[in-house]
Design a protein around this ligand. Structure first.
Ligand code: MN3
Length: 200
């Protein structure tokens, strides 16, 4: 059974003006699709064909000979997760458990936003910024290329794609402006709270 590109959880123009329909057209329709196609070609005829994305990611993360499979599997997972981390009229302030955990572990929402932005902007080259729950505690991390917290056994709660293809059409070199717009206007806090409630 081949992996498939999941549809975006909202119309392509729904995140405007913060992320354009043109960006989502390329980012979802070309970049994300290419990772799906590459992964299917790489696992064809191997036992991995019948494994879940999560199983493939965890099995290949530390195996240099499987870097191609890992990179494409992780990028398929990362992008599907990223689309769900955003919604139209998102951003604002979280409530409930996730708000309490941010206050407890990360010094409150304002400090979380500053620190998440610093992680996203400070990732040299391509990668991802993450809010992670591990051992019952929240932390902010950044990863290069396709690497994600699953590989380390952590629970991803939120991510922002900081590969240039995520923002270049709309923001050119201004990654900090993209990350600020993500935090202020796009974050789907309901999805983040749902991820926290499922965290192991
Ligand atoms: Mn991307």
């Amino acid at each position: 059974m081949a992996f498939e590109l999941p549809p975006l959880p909202y119309p392509k123009n729904a995140l405007e003006p913060h992320t354009s329909a043109q960006t989502l057209d390329f980012h979802h329709g070309k970049h994300h699709q290419a990772y799906v196609t590459n992964l299917n070609n790489l696992v064809k005829g191997s036992p991995m064909e019948n494994q879940s994305l999560e199983e493939i990611i965890q099995a290949t993360a530390k195996d240099a000979s499987k870097a191609g499979v890992f990179n494409n599997a992780a990028q398929v997972w990362n992008h599907t997760f990223f689309w769900n981390c955003m919604k139209p009229q998102g951003g604002g302030a979280p409530s409930g458990n996730i708000a309490q955990a941010i206050d407890r572990d990360l010094g409150g929402l304002a400090k979380f936003k500053d620190d998440f932005k610093a992680a996203a902007v400070g990732q040299f080259g391509s990668g991802w910024a993450w809010l992670v729950a591990s051992g019952g505690k929240l932390s902010i991390t950044r990863t290069p290329n396709a690497v994600n917290p699953l590989a380390e056994g952590g629970n991803a709660l939120l991510t922002c794609d900081v590969w240039e293809h995520a923002y270049y059409l709309d923001y050119q070199n201004r990654r900090p402006d993209f990350v600020q717009a993500f935090l202020d206007h796009l974050v789907n806090w309901d999805f983040v709270a749902q991820n926290l409630s499922k965290a192991r």
